[in-house]
Design a protein around this ligand. Structure first.
Ligand SMILES: [Fe+2]
Ligand SMILES: [Fe+2]
Length: 305
């Protein structure tokens, strides 16, 4: 039997415009560039790949091949479809903070101080804990998220709102990881998230600003009050693009590269990375199907919109 099994994805979409729009905070990499994108998708190839290359290539494979992420990037959704995305996306990893906390605790128990410190720093950011040891609402990512969702008419704190089955599956997979995951599989999941989130949110920001310019786009005509209202509404997505890519991902990667020489440890980390990609892929497929529903049926899944 052939030891190497090839899974090839070919992307022939035309190159997108690279023009920077006023409201975009950064240019999104060309998802296709017309080039064939072939990748080896087997354990033996993964074993040879460094951790950074593995997580980046696997995350990219999800976002670059997904029609919903591409539609977000290309601004081809309507407002109801965007709200459906935002509402469901808000719930895929509701236990994220607990997952980071669990990972940090397991790392402390195992004596991996470097990993514990990286996860603790991530956790402190999430809960708005500043360097002075105090927690501030204005720094709490959950507050940023609620403000963003409220700005487009979504009630983030509604209990029992309807989830698409793929969103529910993602939620459950993360709860399962929290309950049974090992230190390295949990760390792999968080590493994967910190890298995929900026890719996802760049696409989201593109549609957000296109569809709701009056809420999110800064203008010279804004008075001080509307400017600060817009800045608060923008903060959740915009800040995550920057801090996940510039802080959380590199810090966690730095703490995990020491496991590269250990194939057993690497398999655990990769299992954590793969969990994100498997369930994100399903999540976006579920969204894509739901976005074809009639307006009022879509609205049902935006709870409170
Ligand atoms: Fe965050
Ligand atoms: Fe983060």
């Amino acid at each position: 039997m052939n030891a190497i099994d090839y899974a090839v994805t070919v992307d022939n979409r035309p190159a997108r415009s690279t023009t920077l729009e006023k409201c975009e905070i950064g240019r999104v990499g060309n998802p296709a560039a017309g080039a064939a994108n072939a990748r080896l998708n087997v354990a033996s190839a993964a074993d040879l790949m460094g951790l950074k290359d593995y997580v980046i290539s696997e995350n990219k494979a999800v976002v670059r091949n997904d029609p919903v992420v591409l539609a977000l990037l290309r601004k081809s959704l309507n407002r109801t479809q965007y709200k459906l995305y935002a509402a469901q996306r808000a719930y895929v990893a509701t236990n994220f903070i607990r997952l980071v906390d669990k990972g940090a605790g397991l790392a402390r128990e195992a004596g991996d101080e470097e990993l514990a410190a990286a996860l603790q720093a991530n956790l402190n950011d999430e809960i708005g804990m500043a360097a002075d040891g105090n927690r501030y609402d204005a720094l709490d990512h959950r507050q940023w998220k609620a403000t963003y969702l409220r700005a487009i008419g979504i009630k983030a704190d509604v209990k029992g709102f309807p989830l698409l089955s793929e969103t529910r599956a993602h939620v459950n997979a993360f709860l399962e990881m929290e309950a049974t995951g090992t230190m390295l599989s949990i760390a792999g999941t968080i590493l994967s998230l910190e890298n995929i989130i900026p890719l996802e949110y760049r696409a989201a920001v593109s549609s957000r600003d296109h569809l709701f310019p009056g809420i999110f786009c800064l203008s010279e005509k804004d008075d001080a009050e509307s400017r600060s209202r817009k800045e608060l509404a923008r903060q959740y997505l915009n800040d995550h693009i920057v801090h996940d890519a510039k802080s959380h991902f590199p810090q966690l990667l730095q703490a995990l590269v020491k496991y590269e020489g250990d194939p057993v440890a690497m398999r655990e980390i990769r299992a954590g990375i793969d969990l994100v990609n498997t369930f994100r892929k399903q999540f976006y497929q579920g969204l894509g199907a739901a976005m074809q529903l009639a307006q009022r049926d879509m609205e049902y899944y935006t709870y409170g919109a």
